[in-house]
Design a protein around this ligand. Structure first.
Ligand code: FAD
Ligand code: NAP
Length: 544
């Protein structure tokens, strides 16, 4: 349904809302549903023209999830789980967007969402104990609770080179891809970046374009996605015992278990033969199961070296030109310390005559010129330049909003040296402000539909706890917040994540503090800690 056909939520009401939800992606939609189910008056603001978040904005060719869709989907409604049919194992962007639109309409959420409206400020009013929300459309509303369901990967990095205005061709960005289809036939195309987005798009663009140049700064590890039509037997098997699958996902660290359970053995506790067999099995299964081959791959350097060597060997086997192959093989960081990609024919693309790989670490991009991109002293002539250069991940979107807590405390100041909040959800000094899948939570390292669902349910627990006790505000106490930040950092130091330059550490954005952003202790232990906090009546929070 087109957003313009949906009735506008009533923003003229002077009665405060019980809650405002910022963002209508996977988290925001479920948050709105839960608030409505509880009989609360809620409103949602979404910057995009439609729902879907990530799946609304990222429409580039090849965009798809790299988790099985039977797992990367909501679990809160058994009927929804049974009714929805995925056409492929890992759904492509249009199908995920259709699913999220279906959820929106099925649960009648659209009427409370205000589209094309960006929340610019959220100020806590100490006298009324309400949040005053302002938007770029001039709206001004107040609400008791404010849920920032604004996404971890929702603020694309700007183009970091001068000269974009001078370019005679077309500049595209994977994270703001146009709604209409883009035809590359007969064109000279350049892609900047070799992260997950580029790796999905490159094989498809290479098939259409006259010539494709890929500008690579750091090579990534990519595993075969193994995508294809949904196997009806797999679908029947999962749907026959969905609750059982969900229980295993909730009890795991990564949140994917449908095809292969995460391995609990340590890599060096098995023989080399067994280890290779495990890697081969998981490589063949496709998708991110390979990542879960052994339990200690991201904590033990020697264990990691075995999977790194295996993945390096696979790249060399696929790329015919040994010079190009070596350029594509990551050699200076451990496997998994940068986000693993999943591809369909990515490495094989470099065997095509119309594809060239340019190393822009050795010789950096200087500027965009009218004819194309200048790298060192060479001008690469292009008619289209695609920037697949990633996001100001996990913190950028929140820091773009003017958030002020008690006594005017600026959120930007609170996060000056890196993010801090209790469990990645509640920053201290900001009563009734909640963040979904924020930094300090397992976030991007767990199945993000389920991670968001867990956070929404936990936030609803806080809201219901206040209502049932006749109280007004809940906020993190400063000491437990600091202790949680120390825990996140300490666990981060026990892993190999710090050995790569990655967005997990804030490295991809110049000037961003270098801290580990996600909680690396695994979802299982995280959930136990958060469940206990709620069961014990929120001892780490001030409730008034
Ligand atoms: P988002 O989907 O990012 O939604 C946030 C929404 O908030 C956006 O619509 C944004 O417009 C809106 N917003 C932000 N700021 C404001 C504001 N100030 N005012 C109003 N609205 C605002 N995760 C996985 O687990 N598995 C995958 O396979 C996977 N694939 C991915 C593929 C791509 C291309 C990308 C970019 C990410 C992928 N992710 C994946 C991560 C993905 O972001 C999450 O899975 C999930 O979609 C996040 O949902 P969300 O609701 O938290 O945030
Ligand atoms: P990304 O992983 O951050 O990759 C960005 C790429 O651009 C990197 O290769 C980076 O190189 C390069 N780059 C950044 N700035 C550059 C510059 N100024 N000059 C040259 N190169 C530059 O971003 P993404 O590919 O959009 O993916 C982001 C995240 O979204 C993923 O990690 C994943 O979590 C999610 N995602 C998932 C899927 C999926 O398969 N389901 C698909 C897309 C995205 P450096 O490494 O050197 O910084």
């Amino acid at each position: 349904m087109d957003a313009s056909l949906s009735p506008s939520p009533d923003k003229s009401s002077t009665t405060p809302y019980d809650a405002v939800v910022v963002g209508a992606g996977i988290a925001g939609l479920y948050m709105l549903h839960r608030l409505r189910q509880a009989g609360l008056k809620a409103i949602c603001f979404e910057a995009g023209e439609g729902v879907g978040g990530t799946w609304y904005w990222n429409r580039y060719p090849g965009a798809a999830c790299d988790f099985e869709s039977l797992e990367y989907s909501y679990s809160f409604s058994a009927e929804l789980e049974q009714d929805w049919k995925w056409s492929t194992r890992m759904a492509r962007q249009p199908e995920i967007l259709a699913y999220l639109n279906h959820v929106t309409d099925r649960f009648d959420l659209r009427r409370d969402i205000h589209f094309s409206t960006r929340v610019s400020a959220a100020h806590f009013d100490d006298s009324t104990q309400l949040w005053a929300i302002r938007t770029d459309q001039g709206d001004s509303i107040s609400a008791r609770h404010c849920v920032m369901a604004t996404g971890c990967l929702s603020t694309p990095k700007p183009i970091e080179y001068p000269g974009a205005d001078s370019f005679k061709g077309r500049i595209l960005r994977t994270a703001f891809w146009p709604k209409e289809s883009v035809d590359f036939v007969g064109l000279r195309v350049g892609v900047v970046g070799t992260g997950s987005s580029a790796i999905q798009a490159i094989p498809i663009i290479a098939e259409q374009a006259k010539h494709l140049t890929v500008f690579q700064r750091t090579p990534n590890f990519s595993v075969p996605a193994g995508n294809g039509p949904m196997n009806p037997d797999d679908e029947r098997r999962v749907k026959a015992s969905y609750a059982d699958l969900r229980a295993r996902e909730w009890d795991s660290d990564v949140g994917i278990c449908a095809r292969l359970a995460p391995e609990t053995r340590r890599a060096l506790d098995v023989s080399e033969q067994e280890r290779e067999a495990e890697y081969e099995k998981r490589w063949a299964a496709g998708g991110l199961y390979f990542y879960c081959s052994f339990v200690d791959l991201l904590t033990d350097k020697a264990a990691n070296e075995t999977i790194t060597a295996f993945a390096q060997k696979k790249i060399r086997e696929k790329v015919k030109d040994p010079v190009v192959a070596e350029r594509l093989v990551p050699k200076d960081y451990p496997f998994g310390a940068k986000r693993i990609c999943a591809d369909t024919g990515y490495y094989e693309t470099y065997n095509r005559d119309n594809v060239r790989l340019v190393d822009v670490k050795a010789e950096p991009i200087r500027e965009i010129v009218p004819e194309g991109l200048k790298v060192g002293s060479e001008i690469h002539e292009l008619e289209v330049i695609i920037f697949a250069t990633g996001f100001d991940a996990m913190t950028g979107t929140l820091l773009n909003i003017d958030i002020r807590g008690r006594d005017g405390l600026a959120f930007k100041e609170h996060w000056n040296e890196g993010p801090r909040s209790l469990y990645g959800i509640m920053p201290s000094g900001f009563p009734n402000l909640y963040i979904t899948t924020g930094p300090g939570s397992p976030s991007v390292l767990y199945n993000m539909v389920l991670g968001n669902q867990y956070h929404v349910d936990w936030i609803m627990g806080c809201i219901e706890h206040l209502a049932s006790s006749g109280l007004t505000t809940i906020e993190a106490k400063p000491e437990p917040e600091s202790a949680w930040r120390d825990t996140v950092n300490a666990i981060g130091k026990m892993t190999l994540f710090g050995e790569a330059s990655s967005w997990y550490m804030g490295d991809n954005v110049p000037g961003k503090p270098r801290v580990v952003l996600p909680y690396l202790g695994g979802f299982r232990s995280y959930k136990k800690i958060c469940d206990e906090e709620a069961e014990r009546g929120y001892p780490s929070c001030l409730i008034a």
